[in-house]
Design a protein around this ligand. Structure first.
Ligand code: NAP
Length: 480
């Protein structure tokens, strides 16, 4: 019996998606590997049919069967649908690691030409602000939750080091905003510093994200692999694609334990859709990453080299600097097909080894603490009172509580006790209550009683417990 052909799920997507995906498929078909493509719907037309996720059930089933997806960009509709179909796909299949490599390409003129840039952004892909957990706390104040887990940090850091080892790279930078966001961004930095010694062959260094952006614009050649959180990685990887020729050249892989999705970094570019103008390089290079992931290393290298030879020979799409007679999307793809089997003179074949993916930890992952204590709570209150009046009212109503009011902040600034500085106030206060001297224990009963007391005279909308784990405060101290 002949073995069944390997299948992948193909999502042509929106805007320029179908054009660039067709280019990549034509090139894969021209290699000697035998793949079957299962084309499925996702994106704008699906939203229009009233499917709020933008991804129909049949597409989800196809991905579950095939495990590997080649995907065009999906438009995020404004005004209908719940959230981005891209974010939903990443979350649904837990593609926790987004790998976005860029390098200097022959014939692609940029401000950095001649500096041999070869940088990979490894971006955490499911947690952080992109989980999109948002609330209007008051009609005038919005909240977004930035949740970062030890498990998520460990997986992305290990993926970054494994990727660096597989490609024989020399250095991994971890870029965070841990100086301000000490707990969330700090968790990635601490995890990185704990894991880095396990990879002694790789130089490791932490860098603040704002400095990383500056250094990337000034001396990008100092970077090799950069691991970072979700939103930072999204922004930084658009920046790195700009260094090497633009979005038309930036491929990516969304790596999961079970399913992996390969797509260009760019979106649906509606302004050039349907005009045979889009640069298909990013999607073709994403397809090469997919072939490598499927264990088809030779075909992957052949496709990558054919792209390099094509660029070297001066075939250019209209997005490339200094292009007088641009090739259309389909002409570019045909040129790549005609160059299959050739090797670039300027950019020789690279050695790629299999990336060892971090192990999947089944079940509920928990980080134990030897001791826990509740030190108080922050209650968020909507009020038009001045801070001093609010403090007096809260103090008075709580005279018999084991908790006392310690401070009140407004838009992050301490407004009680007053520093005397002028603050632009809104009707949204964070009121911190801590245990009175001599009180050692705070239970749910006391918390509920405090909320009930506060709720008699004020509108409260959010509560955070001030926890201590192993004797360490597990909350941010007030800054100003
Ligand atoms: P975009 O689609 O990436 O396009 C921005 C601009 O970059 C385009 O107008 C075009 O510039 C240029 N460009 C992008 N890809 C190109 C290519 N292959 N060839 C030539 N030029 C290319 O970003 P956007 O306009 O912000 O987003 C449009 C839609 O795509 C939105 O709905 C967004 O949510 C979605 N999106 C999806 C994904 C995804 O599916 N992963 C990612 C990002 C955005 P010129 O003006 O120079 O022609």
């Amino acid at each position: 019996m002949t073995p069944a052909k390997r299948k992948i799920t193909v999502l042509p997507g929106d805007g320029i998606g179908p054009e660039v995906v067709d280019s990549a498929l034509a090139i894969i078909k021209a290699t000697d590997i035998d793949l079957e493509f299962e084309k499925c719907e996702a994106g704008a037309r699906v939203f229009q049919k009233g499917i709020a996720t933008g991804i129909p059930k049949e597409t989800i089933q196809s991905i579950e069967r095939n495990k590997v997806v080649l995907k065009g960009p999906l438009e995020t509709p404004i005004g209908y649908g719940n959230r981005s179909a891209n974010v939903t796909l990443r979350a649904l299949f837990e593609t926790y690691g987004n790998i976005r490599p860029v390098r200097e390409l022959p014939g692609v003129q940029t401000a950095f030409t001649g500096r041999a840039l070869d940088i990979v952004i490894v971006r955490e892909n499911v947690e952080d602000l992109y989980a999109g957990i948002e609330y209007m706390q008051t009609p005038g104040v919005a909240e977004s939750l930035k949740l970062i887990s030890c498990e998520g940090c460990e997986k992305i850091v290990r993926l970054a080091f494994s990727y660096a080892v597989a490609e024989g790279r020399k250095a991994v930078h971890c870029a965070t905003k841990s100086n301000i966001l000490k707990l969330t961004e700090g968790l990635l930095q601490h995890t990185f510093e704990e894991i880095a010694p396990q990879y002694p062959q790789i130089t490791s260094k932490h860098i603040l994200i704002d400095n990383a952006a500056h250094q990337l614009a000034m001396r990008p050649e100092q970077f090799d692999v950069i691991v970072t959180t979700n939103m930072n990685g999204d922004i930084l990887s658009d920046l790195t694609s700009g260094l090497t020729g633009g979005l038309g050249f930036a491929p990516s892989a969304n790596i999961g334990n079970d399913v992996s999705i390969f797509e260009a970094v760019h979106g649906s570019a509606p302004d050039i859709a349907g005009k045979n103008k889009a640069n298909p390089t990013a999607l073709i290079l994403s397809a090469a990453m997919m072939l490598r992931h499927l264990g088809e290393g030779k075909a992957a290298n052949d496709v990558e080299q054919a792209v390099l030879v094509t660029l070297e020979s001066g075939v250019r799409t209209s997005d490339m600097m200094g292009t007088e007679k641009p090739a259309g999307t389909s002409e570019f793809a045909q040129a790549v097909i005609s160059n299959l089997g050739k090797t670039s003179k300027l950019s020789p074949r690279k050695k790629y080894n299999k990336v060892d993916l971090p192990p999947y930890h089944a079940g509920v992952n928990a980080v134990p603490a030897k001791s826990r204590r509740l030190a108080g709570l922050d209650v968020y209150i909507e009020s038009t009172m001045e801070p001093v009046q609010l403090a007096a009212a809260l103090d008075e109503s709580m005279s018999s509580s084991p908790l006392r009011l310690e401070m009140i902040t407004n838009r992050g600034a301490i407004v009680f006790p007053s520093s005397g500085r002028q603050v632009s106030l809104v009707d949204h206060y964070r009121c911190r209550f801590v245990l009175r001297d001599g009180v050692t224990r705070l239970g749910d009963e006391e918390i509920l009683s405090l909320l009930s007391t506060v709720g008699h005279s004020h509108r409260w909308m959010h509560v955070e417990k001030l926890q201590e784990f192993d004797g360490q405060a597990a909350y941010s101290k007030s800054q100003i």
